[in-house]
Design a protein around this ligand. Sequence first.
Ligand code: NAD
Length: 383
Amino acid sequence: MAPLQCCLFISHHRCDGPEREKGNIVDANIVLLPGDGIGPEIVAQAERVLQVVAEQHGHEFHLSSHPIGGCAIDEFGDPLPESTLKACRESDAVLLGAVGGPKWDDPHAKTRPEAGLLKIRKELGLFANLRPINPNPALLDSSPLKRHIIEGTDILFVRELTGGIYFGDSGVQEKDGEKTAFNTMVYSQSEVKRVVRVAAAAALKRRGKLTSVDKANVLEVSRLWRHTAEQVVKTEFPTLEYEVVLVDAMAMHLISRPRDFDVVVTGNMFGDILTDEASMLPGSLGLLPSASVGESGPGLFEPIHGSAPDIAGKGIANPLATILATAMLLRHSLHLETEAAAIAAAVTRVLDAGHRTADIARSGETSVGTVAMGDLVLVELAS
Ligand code: NAD
């Protein structure tokens, strides 16, 4: 591999200025939040990928690393220190590893690592969570579903992230010794419109099909969702193929005919459940990235898996989900489609060639470690 001579600056303090484009050269501030457990190991590989992309295309990526989660509690007593939040706010994009671990699991603790995650999503106004589900052809036999069902599946889930039942009024009431608990599902038209616009715009760039999932046969809030979504699509995205599906039917369709869907948009709780169901289709957590985006400001990109404390420090974590999250970062926050596609293609070639980390190796197959898998992706990127 050629030595790195990219315009890349790595510091522990952010560099100035928003993303600027000079011709096709992008100058961007990217914040890295390695976090806990395997987070630092996998983000280190993604960082190398960013270095090579910058070198190959002449971009200037200013990378700065900041604490979040358990390590930030240890250092600052706060899972999202003000300095980290400030760096994220002023950045063009944020790449997160994972947070959490047994060290910070005490239920009586004043704060927990996950509080840092919830806060950063809220503070950056990240209302849409994008999760692509496209099982890699080389790994189809790792899926719990039959090959002929999942082959060709390529879904982009867009889940509303900051509204709905998880954020509505809730409480517990007691009358005559009987307790009653409630949570309220609430959506405003503007909350629905903005997430449907994100999903519809993504569908236009893909196969042009949008599926909205609700429970309009039962829930008033879903009837408003359905009506509002239809209006947005009809008036602003008339060329899209559009359908609505009830959430219970969608749970079945996902495992019986996943190939039929392109972009799927849904509310917070339905999306929470359906995306976890869908994440089983590819057969491994170590391969799935996700992006959380808002109307403006930086997006947050991360693997969907957690900090895997059981394998932290062993050098065997699969870095591919984080590397693919880097591709999403380049695509969605920096609009570098060619570079994003090159990373995804490099990962596919590595898998096609039979290279596996332990989590995706079948019994009897040899496996490579985290750094070796990073090396393999870099070699493919350079080829
Ligand atoms: P997990 O995703 O961390 O691990 C589940 C299993 O998958 C483990 O056996 C782990 O070794 C394996 N695994 C996960 N990622 C892998 C990778 N890249 N390569 C190889 N194997 C991998 O889920 P968990 O064990 O339930 O949670 C562990 C910690 O992570 C908890 O503290 C939890 O709160 C936290 N968590 C954080 C996030 C996040 O930061 N976004 C998400 C989920 C869980």
